[in-house]
Structures are given as structure tokens and as C-alpha cells.
Design a protein around this ligand. Structure first.
Ligand SMILES: Cc1cc2nc3c(=O)[nH]c(=O)nc-3n(C[C@H](O)[C@H](O)[C@H](O)COP(=O)(O)OP(=O)(O)OC[C@H]3O[C@@H](n4cnc5c(N)ncnc54)[C@H](O)[C@@H]3O)c2cc1C
Length: 417
């Protein structure tokens, strides 16, 4: 039970919330911190891609929340429901109201399965799978193992979504499985995306077009999945042409990997903290709320234009923690976040293209001398071993190591074709 007032109150104990709590604790042994988080289980979601591709188990992505939160941080096992920022209080589902001096809001985003007609009824059946939820990711691997030939579709909804590369990462892992089995030529693989290109950053989009061509994958841009009929194995897309006209087309499939549409959680959308699009209305560089200076937002729920990734959170957390501790000492906040995010694109079962970028599509790698567009084994090792270690042992535990990411590292390659 809480004492109903906590100087620092955090909403959501996922990648962002636990990291904020533990980092703040390391920087300030005395400050009293509480987290509102309903779930007893914490998932390493970046691992879901390789679970779906059969290179990792779901179990490897799971830890008990209780083992992650520092024992001196109060864990309130409940849901936040409404915010009263003028009174500095949050109301919980249990009926409790908690006061705070500083509020950190990071409840992630919501998967809108019901925005696609028929999806809820057929997901996890009829070869309709998705890496996006722990409840569905294992079925992706089952589908990839069982399918012998035919049409395999991979869809991507309108942005923003978590890790915008993930809808295509699983496609490359599936295609490489088929290639290794010697059956790639028995498949018609298609990528159908609501976006106008392969990737938001042109530098990487061009390199990905080569990966797609190498597997013989067909790309369909401006194709938004709107309905699915599992038993009939058909998927309907709304296609937008260059003049903005829309028409519907239906495709048959033998297997389909669906990335569901995503939005801010409903309780955020209808709160006074939301911007017009429903996300938490924060300054993109300081992560401080635009109206309420004692509130900060980060992670997937924040209304910032960075890639919604755990990698972004690694760079956002120190900014939020420093800014709250500065405000507590009546000092100014710093605009320290440059929009960094990263997407390790699994281009095969032993290679990754490590896309790292910041606001305005600036290419900002962490590794000097290495062309980020190259498909490398070292980054596959990172994806399967190094990055999970960095997440559990460094980031979540609240250790700060600032690995610089610099545009200058990419300059040489930006001028090459
Ligand atoms: C398939 C897939 C692949 C990905 N690949 C990568 C990758 O390669 N690299 C990368 O960096 N990132 C990747 N990501 C993205 C990354 O996992 C997310 O960006 C990150 O987990 C977001 O952290 P968060 O804390 O904002 O939200 P989450 O980690 O989702 O946590 C939100 C927490 O808030 C809690 N919550 C929800 N509602 C409430 C409420 N009402 N009250 C209190 N608490 C609440 C939830 O229970 C949850 O614990 C991937 C994600 C997916 C799904």
C-alpha cells in the first residue's frame, strides 16, 4: 500500500519506467520514488523478433518485475486511470489517489488489434501471426516451421509503431529459413506497407531495397491492411495512389504476419497530458511536459518523433533523471535528447544492418569506421547476445554509460552510393 504521496511517481514499469527509477536511485540515494505498474512480468520486447524467427525463446525475454525494481523504490501494483495535474495527483483503478511532486509518465503504447476487421478472431490461427505480443509471437515461429510453400505476406500499418523496422525484420528471417531449407523459390513473399517506402531514413531504405531484391521479395507501398478473413485466407488492403485516391484490393495468403495498428493508451489519449494525436505532449529535447513543468514523458507513449525503441529510452532516461533532479534543486532543465533511436535490422539468421539515427533522419552511428548499411555478423551477435546484456545488466539496473553516437562517423558513407 502506498503512503499516497511520493516525491517522484512513475507511471509504467516497462523499459522506460524501471530504468528511470533505478537510474535516479543511483544518482540520489535519498529521494523517495514509487512506480505504478500492474504487471508482475517484464518482457524484453526487442527479443520478440528473434523469438518469431526461431533464434530465441520467449522465456529468454522474461524477467520478474520484482527482481528489477530497486528494493528502496515503492512498487504500487495497480493501473493509473486519470490525471489531475493541477492538483498533482493520479487516480488508480483501485480507487486510490496518489500525490506527487514530479511525475514521469511512460505506460508504453497500445496495440489496436480491433482496427483491422476480423483480426482478433483469427490471430494465432489459420497461419495468421504477429511478433508484436508475447501472446502471439510463438505462433509466428510455428507458422514459419510448418509452411512448405505458397504466398507469405508481411504487413506494416501507418506509423508511428514500435520499432518501425520490425515488420520487415521477421520477413527476412522467414525468407532466410526458407532459403536454408532450399525452398525459397517455392514462395511468393510480399511486403505490404502503409508507408511510401521501405524505411523512413533514405540512407537505410536504399540498402534494404537490395536485401529485398536478394530474397526475391515483392514490395507494395501505400498498402494498408484493413480486413482479414482467416478461414478463407484472404487479406484486404486499402491502396492509396499518387493522387490520394483509395481503392480496396484482396490478396490470398498461405501465411500472414500482421503488425497491428498502434496508438497511445486510451487513458493517455483522454487525459489533460495528451497532444492532439493522443501522445504525451512533451518538449522533444527536454522531455518535459509542454504545459505542466513537473511532468515528464518518455518511451513509446511520448509525443516525440524519434523511433519508438528501447535504444531511444537508453538515451532519454538520463535526460529525464537529470532534469527532475535539477528542478528539485531549482536549476534549469537541459535539452539533452537529440532523438536517437536504433533499429537492428535482422537481414538474415546471422546478419544485422544496424540502423541508428536521430531527429530529422540524421544518421548517427555508435561505431566509427563501420559502414552502417553493411549486413554484419558482429551486429547479429549484438542482437542475440550483446544488446540483451546491455538492457538487463546496464540500462535496466540504472548504470549510465554514454556511448557517443555521432553524425561524423557516418559522413564518409553518406557520400557513397
Ligand atoms: C516486435 C518488436 C520488436 C522490437 N525491436 C526493437 C529493437 O530491435 N530495438 C529496440 O531498441 N526496441 C525494439 N522494440 C521496441 C521496444 O521494445 C519498446 O520501444 C520499449 O519496450 C518501450 O518501452 P516503454 O517503457 O515505453 O513501454 P513498455 O516497455 O511497453 O512498458 C510499458 C509498461 O507500462 C505498463 N502500463 C500500461 N498501462 C498502464 C497503466 N494504466 N498504469 C500503469 N502502468 C501501465 C505496462 O504494463 C508496461 O509494463 C521492439 C518492440 C517490438 C514489439
Amino acid at each position: 500500500m502506498s503512503n499516497k504521496h511520493h516525491p517522484v511517481l512513475i507511471i509504467g514499469g516497462g523499459a522506460a519506467g524501471v530504468t528511470v527509477a533505478n537510474t535516479m536511485r543511483r544518482q540520489n540515494a535519498k529521494i523517495e520514488i514509487a512506480i505504478v505498474e500492474p504487471s508482475e512480468i517484464h518482457y524484453y520486447q526487442p527479443g520478440f523478433t528473434i523469438v518469431g524467427g526461431g533464434a530465441y525463446t520467449l522465456k529468454q525475454t522474461i524477467r520478474n518485475e520484482a527482481d528489477l525494481i530497486h528494493p528502496s523504490v515503492t512498487w504500487i501494483k495497480d493501473y493509473a486511470e486519470t490525471f489531475q495535474p493541477d492538483d498533482k495527483t493520479v487516480s488508480l483503478r483501485s480507487g486510490d489517489t496518489i500525490g506527487y511532486d514530479y511525475l514521469v509518465v511512460c505506460p508504453g503504447l497500445q496495440l489496436d488489434w480491433d482496427k483491422i476487421e476480423g483480426l482478433k478472431e483469427t490471430i494465432n490461427k489459420n497461419n495468421v501471426c504477429s511478433n508484436y505480443s508475447p501472446d502471439t509471437v510463438e505462433y509466428t515461429w510455428e507458422c514459419i516451421q510448418n509452411i512448405k510453400e505458397g504466398t507469405a505476406l508481411f504487413t506494416q500499418p501507418p506509423l508511428p509503431i514500435k520499432c518501425a523496422g520490425a515488420p520487415q525484420k521477421i520477413m527476412y528471417l522467414a525468407a532466410d529459413r526458407f532459403r536454408k531449407r532450399g525452398t525459397l523459390d517455392k514462395f511468393n513473399i510480399e511486403f505490404l506497407t502503409a508507408a511510401p517506402g521501405m524505411f523512413g531514413v533514405p540512407f537505410f531504405a536504399k540498402a534494404l531495397s537490395k536485401v529485398v531484391a536478394d530474397y526475391g521479395i515483392k514490395t507494395n507501398f501505400n498498402h494498408n491492411l484493413v480486413a482479414i478473413d482467416g478461414p478463407a485466407k484472404t487479406a484486404t488492403f486499402e491502396v492509396t495512389d499518387s493522387e490520394g485516391n483509395k481503392q480496396r484490393i484482396t490478396k490470398n495468403f498461405d501465411m500472414i504476419h500482421v503488425t497491428p495498428p498502434q496508438s497511445a493508451p486510451d487513458f493517455i489519449k483522454k487525459s489533460p497530458l495528451a497532444n492532439a494525436a493522443g501522445w504525451i505532449d512533451v518538449n522533444p529535447k527536454s522531455l518535459q511536459h509542454n504545459k505542466f513543468s513537473n511532468i515528464f514523458g518518455l518511451g513509446d507513449a511520448a509525443g516525440t518523433s524519434n523511433a519508438k525503441t528501447a535504444a531511444a529510452i537508453r538515451k532519454q532516461v538520463p535526460v529525464v533523471v537529470d532534469n527532475i533532479l535539477s528542478l528539485a534543486e531549482s536549476k534549469a532543465v537541459r535539452e539533452g535528447y537529440d532523438g536517437y533511436g536504433s533499429c537492428p535490422l535482422t537481414t538474415s539468421l546471422n546478419t544485422v544492418m544496424l540502423a541508428e539515427f536521430s531527429y530529422d533522419g540524421k544518421v548517427t552511428p555508435s561505431f566509427p569506421f563501420l559502414d552502417p548499411r553493411k549486413n554484419r555478423f558482429i551486429w547479429w551477435w549484438g542482437k542475440t547476445t550483446g544488446f540483451p546484456w546491455l538492457y538487463w545488466q546496464i540500462m535496466i539496473k540504472g548504470y549510465r554509460i554514454d556511448i557517443p553516437h555521432l553524425e561524423s562517423y557516418a559522413k564518409k558513407f553518406l557520400n557513397e552510393n
